[in-house]
Design a binder for this molecule. Structure first.
Ligand code: F0G
Length: 458
């Protein structure tokens, strides 16, 4: 249960008017968007829970930091500020900035993966796996079985099944690295424990493989370790984060999440030769290795955001706000993924619409219905997001068919979220009259971003 004494450790200095729409306007907008919430215009959205990525509210200190951008092509002071901050907070020796997380994933995948390699990981993430596949690798899911069960209350559903990991490594031709995320987005924002990460590292190193950490929401993972893993309750989030990173050989980072900015990412590495390779690929694909596709002001905002992100009061309010939304939905009887994750509440579309087969995209339909009801934008995380198997061309059928209500950091109040909970409850109540969708346009890569659908009506 959440601690109801939490409150936001900030006050509001600037506000942005949000659009209020009519049901007719929403119906027209959704049709125009092909029932894909990614194709709505933000001016058509009242409460935007599409993602927590790049949607954070920056602080007064970050906005002031933008004015301190030293816009030099090479060696900007803001890069050195970022480098110093990452070294201190995350502990990696070498820092290569990138325009966002997938820029980092592209470079790391290209650098480490040869054709035919296997990359085991604790569940796939869309862009991460796409870059691994484009580099010639195959992703192998080694997450614990509980992660695929939305009703399992395992406290660390981001853990790796160590036996399966050993087996995958033994059967693979070559494993250059393990791709380990803290918290696991597609499993519902679920954490990995320090004990499991330590065991993963031992197995990796025994087989000559690296551990590359997806640190995108590692701060949130550190909070769960503090909350749930015995012996860590009295430690700060910052201490736990540093220990997690010390168990890995490098990381990719989307600063658009934990680090409270609107754009940016970086690669962290400890090995000087790998760092040199990453810097070299950075100049080809991102920009000079001291700006990586970002302006000096962006680098400054990230450095300040990293500092703010490991403040225990901030992380606590962040996690408990998300939990509060989840508990409101549970109280209304809406099936959600448990335990409630770090960045989002995930609705279990399989249990909400048991009468809609997965090939008729139940979660995509649910996201559309929530938009129609209240102008709240959410995201499908099910069969559409999972894409097609590159070998067979068939749909992948993920066990999880979810809709994600993702909470931007420091943006919405509890009252906004109470309105969202009421809207989802209304959609849930009329579930038996809702049917599925048919896909009418499918792009080649990461189809969920741009696919279009038509409702199947009786
Ligand atoms: N890794 C994880 C775990 C992510 O959630 C994301 C992005 C990325 C990598 C890629 O980072 O967007 O900066 O290129 N997730 C966003 C989301 C898009 O909505 O969950 P990026």
């Amino acid at each position: 249960m959440s601690d109801h004494t939490w409150f936001e450790p900030y006050k509001i200095k600037a506000v942005e008017r949000i659009p209020i729409t009519t049901p007719e306007q929403r119906a027209a907008a959704l049709e125009e968007a092909g029932w894909n919430t990614f194709l709505l215009r933000s001016d058509q959205v009242t409460i935007d829970l599409l993602t927590d990525s790049g949607t954070n509210a920056m602080s007064d200190r970050q906005w002031a930091g933008l004015m301190m951008g030293g816009e030099a092509y090479a060696g900007s002071r803001n890069f050195y500020h970022l480098e110093e901050t990452v070294r201190r907070v995350y502990g990696y020796r070498y820092v290569v900035p990138t325009h966002q997380g997938r820029g980092a994933e592209h470079i790391v995948s290209r650098m480490l993966i040869h054709k035919g390699d296997t990359i085991p990981g604790n569940m796939y993430f869309t862009t991460t796996r796409q870059h691994q596949e484009l580099a010639g690798g195959t992703f192998a899911d080694v997450i614990v079985d509980e992660a695929h069960d939305p009703q399992s209350r395992h406290p660390f559903k981001g853990n790796v099944n160590l036996e399966r990991l050993e087996k995958v490594i033994e059967q693979a031709e070559r494993v250059p690295y393990l791709s380990i995320a803290g918290t696991v987005n597609m499993a519902g924002g679920q954490p990995i424990s320090l004990a499991n990460l330590r065991a993963v590292r031992e197995i990796a190193h025994a087989h000559g493989a690296l551990v590359i950490f997806d640190a995108t929401r590692a701060v949130e993972n550190a909070w769960f370790i503090k909350e749930r893993e015995p012996g860590h309750a009295d430690r700060s989030v910052a201490e736990i984060l540093l220990e997690m990173c010390s168990l890995t050989d490098g990381c990719t980072m989307s600063a658009k999440k934990d680090s409270l900015v609107n754009i940016g990412g970086w690669i962290g590495l400890n090995d000087p030769d790998l760092a040199a390779q990453a810097r070299n690929l950075c100049v080809v694909y991102e920009g000079l290795h001291t700006y990586g596709g970002l302006a000096g002001r962006d680098l400054e905002a990230i450095a300040i955001g990293i500092e703010e992100s490991v403040d225990d009061d901030h992380v606590r309010a962040r996690i408990l706000q998300v939990r509060e939304l989840g508990e409101m939905l549970e109280a209304a009887g809406v099936p959600i993924v448990e335990p409630i994750g770090g960045h989002a509440v995930f609705l279990d579309a399989k249990r909400i619409y048991p009468h809609i087969p997965q090939e008729e995209f139940p979660a995509q339909r649910l996201a559309g219905e929530i938009y129609l009801d209240s102008g709240t934008r959410t995201m499908e995380r099910g069969i559409v997001s999972a894409g097609r198997d590159p070998e067979t061309g068939e749909h992948r059928h993920p066990a999880l068919e979810l809709v994600r209500l993702t909470i931007p950091r420091r943006v919405y109040t509890s009252r906004h979220l109470a309105g969202v909970a009421r809207s989802v409850a209304r959609v849930f109540e009329r579930r038996w009259t809702t049917r599925g969708l048919e896909m009418v346009f499918e792009p080649t890569y990461l189809r969920f971003f741009q696919a279009r659908f038509r409702p199947l009506e009786s």
